[in-house]
Design a protein. Structure first.
Length: 364
């Protein structure tokens, strides 16, 4: 009769890490490091919790153990809401490519509804020992999430926030300048009656792009109230359909429409075709992002190219650097990285066929 293997209670082959101690004590790994190194800037109650966790886990803070802690896997969490969005597809590819190169473990979780209970999945990630967070749109502008990150002292990088807070690391482009240059491009083609589709009002990049559009119109000496038509969108294809229909139903419709992302620009092209308008002969349409959708519709979209995959990779690099610095007890100050954008011309823009008359005065 074969003997059953003997199970010895109270023994574990797993070597406790500084992250394990931090989880048990309910503090950050940096705080554990401060206690172990005898630093004085730790409250007595917190110090006692850490020391109790060290004893319970038999954590040995010797040089060999510290070396192991420095090389243990890094786990990064990311929240997403719309798996069909062109921006997200590009972002995930960039994230996965860089995570593979940096030997980073990714924990990707969907949040069903932004702004409603979005803190819960992030709180669970943090409780389960995530080392850091990457927050793409729309979560990059979530005040509840940013507050949670600050309260738990969790390293985080926000991506594509129009106005990122100084308290967290950030990667993005200059949304204002990008929108300004695209608007100038349309004006240089000869368009004066311009339509603009705003993105999600809860995302700061929407306001920055609208501000760039307004500034370019004003700098061209145009009467903004008379020569621009604005409609609200939500960065989704469906919202773009409604916004485009509203703009193109105007008695004096725009000759060019600038949508705040490619999903809404593609929807604008669809509405134009449905109304019997030729793009770009009757209507110029331009977008923002240069997502894959921009080259899968006809005509292909002129757009602002965000280096989305590069931004995702930069977010991983930035977060890993800060996590490793914290593990050594020497945290780095927050960094904001601006990447270059590019105006990409394709087949969806042209000079207006019939230029609308400029209004020189109230009697014109």
């Amino acid at each position: 009769m074969p003997l059953k293997p003997t199970v010895r209670a109270g023994r574990s082959t797993k070597v406790a890490t500084i992250a394990d101690v931090a989880r048990l004590a309910g503090v950050s790994p940096m705080t554990v490091s401060r206690v172990i190194n005898g630093e004085q800037n730790v409250r007595p109650g917190t110090r006692e919790k850490v020391q109790a966790a060290v004893a319970e886990l038999n954590y040995l803070p010797n040089q060999a153990a510290r070396h192991l802690a420095g090389s243990e896997p890094i786990r990064i969490g990311m929240l997403y809401i719309d798996p069909t969005a062109g921006y997200l597809n590009e972002f995930l590819i960039g994230l996965l490519n860089k995570a593979t190169l940096r030997h980073v473990q990714l924990v990707v979780q969907r949040c069903e509804a932004a702004r409603e209970g979005e803190e819960k999945p992030v709180a669970e990630m943090i409780a389960n020992g995530i080392d850091g967070l990457i927050l793409p749109p729309p979560f990059c502008d979530s005040q509840p999430l940013l507050k949670l990150v600050a309260e738990t002292d969790t390293p985080a990088v926000v991506v594509s926030a129009g106005q990122p807070p100084q308290e967290v690391c950030a990667v993005g482009i200059d949304d204002y300048q990008a929108a300004y240059e695209m608007t100038r491009h349309l004006l240089n083609l000869g368009h004066h009656r311009l339509g603009f589709i705003i993105g999600d009002p809860y995302q700061s990049s929407s306001a920055r792009r609208l501000a760039g559009f307004h500034a370019a119109m004003a700098d061209a000496g145009l009467n903004i109230e008379e020569e621009e038509v604005v409609a609200q969108g939500m960065f989704t294809y469906r919202s773009g359909l409604d916004a485009a229909e509203s703009l193109l139903s105007q008695e004096r419709r725009p000759t060019a429409i600038f949508a705040s992302n490619d999903d809404m620009a593609a929807a604008t092209v669809a509405i134009a075709h449905r109304m019997g308008l030729d793009v770009p002969s009757d209507l110029t349409v331009v977008g923002f992002d240069d997502a894959p959708l921009a080259t899968t519709i006809w005509p292909e979209l002129t757009t602002v190219r965000q280096p989305i995959m590069e931004m995702a990779g930069a977010a991983v690099d930035l977060l890993v650097r800060h996590i490793k610095a914290r593990r050594t007890g020497e945290p780095l100050p927050c960094e904001h990285e601006l990447k270059d954008f590019e105006l990409v011309r394709r087949q969806s823009d042209a000079a207006p066929r019939l230029r609308p008359p400029l209004r020189l005065g109230s009697g014109a």
